[in-house]
Ligand binder design. Sequence first.
Ligand code: ADP
Length: 576
Amino acid sequence: MKLKIDTTKSQIHVKKPLFLFVAACMILAVLFYGATSVFRTLELSQSEAKLSLYETTIENELRRLDYLPVVVADKLDVFNAVRYSPSEDLNQELLNLSRDARAEAIYIMNAQGVTIATSNFKDTPNFMGKNYGFRPYFKKAMQGQRAGLFAIGVTTLRPGYFLSAPIFDLGKPIGVAVVKLDLTSLTNTLEQTNEMIFVSNSDDVIVLSSRPVWRYRALREFTDIERKKIDKKRQFDTQDLSFLDWDVRSDNVAFLGGREFLSLEVALKAPAWTVHYLGDTSPIRERALLVVAVTAGLMALSALAFLLMRSGRLRRALSASQEDRKRLQREIEVRRQAERRLTHAQEELKRSSKLAALGQLAASVTHELGQPISAMKNYLAAEEIAGDAPQSGLGRQLSQIVVRMENITKQLRFFASDRGEDMAPVILQNVVRGALGLFKHDFEETTIKQITQMPTHDILVFGNQQRLEQVIINVIRNAIMAIEDRPKRRIMIDLSETGGKAVLSVIDTGAGLGGQTIEQLSEPFHTTRSSGVGMGLGLAISASIIQEHGGSLTAKDVQTGGAEFIITLDVLQNGS
Ligand code: ADP
């Protein structure tokens, strides 16, 4: 169950960055789409403004001389020229008029379409005597209507816009007045704009454009019939009107030569032409990409800042948790020490209460046994003095038993006596010598080798000489007993002073402690000796006495075999 939860968590950890990355990509894609649409709308509104400007310019130019053919047709000498014959001055008059109006040419045609007067009479070639009866503007004018037509001139081979008006005689057209507009300046203006503009006529043929290569190209493929119809009008001289590879899609998009453009168009009121404006789409994409790149950069920077902040927070949390852990470890250590102290104190309490109980017991036992033992001693002494000692040696045996009983009560008296009594400055060397004096006989009569080393200067401690002597006697007696049946029997006693402490070491060549600790050895009644030989009270008493003196009693096995007991006491400094 736990494993399942962990797996899900780790999956979440792995998936989170992936999810954020996918989300960021989606946001950027939406942003790209939105920015493209905004920039496109902006571009379209700018293009619309430009288109409207070009529409006005083109329309103004085409309609600039709209009125002129009617004015010319209304002139009397023009009427006379068609009705009768042209006057000698008419050509010159037409020339003056065309100059004033900045028209390329003004000419008059009779009912058959033959030019009978023209402003370009001085030029070569000129229109004089030429028949333009095939032109739609002539045919329409002869039907009583005004007309306009773009065409490449069959005589001059120059493109122009022809405006015509009928010359009436009693309401019936008898001839046609024509004004040819030169479109060169309009073409030049368009070419200089550096924009992509073209104007198509009602047959979808481009008549004006800002790029010369597009001129006289068709916006769609013509059928044979359509082509024949256009050819009949002889508008475009020998131009082949090839297809421009133009494809308009919905939503202001067109493809020219396979390339995508923004496309706007507007129909002129007259003539029935359409003005096309093309806008490049690549700047829209470039600007949208720039927005996306900047946003992506900002997102990456924010992510980086977030990661840095988070790693800082994690680092701080980690160091805080490490601090907590250290504090906890310190607290645990303090508690452990307290526990150890408690255990020690409990053990001490146990030991002291044992000793206290023992003290009470010892007091009553020594009190109760004191009287009979001294009575027995007195009785045996009286018997000895009287010379009535039994021959069987019974008296001697009894004496020995009494001495042993007295020794036991003496030992017990240590527990019963008041601690801390008769404390005074004591010279340790004297204490050692006093204790050794008791074993003088053992060392002289036996093969025990005893080496004692003591400093020449007095080592002074504060304590009770008899009780300290008792401790040293206990330790030396134990050492003697330990080496009793050993081949090498040696006891080394060494007294020294270091760092304000007096250290007395007693080393023997016995069998050692067998790994037992001083705490175990100094337990009351702990003994390895046979009953009657040892009571297991010596070390208990000794440890208790040393403790009273504020010192310590330790014991350990020595490497060469045997045991070492060390008594440490505070040295009494001069004046303290
Ligand atoms: P007792 O001598 O009456 O047995 P102690 O309290 O003096 O009581 O000693 C307790 C026990 O410590 C002894 O029985 C003995 O096993 C051990 N012991 C004391 N001193 C030595 C020593 N120097 N070498 C080996 N064992 C010792």
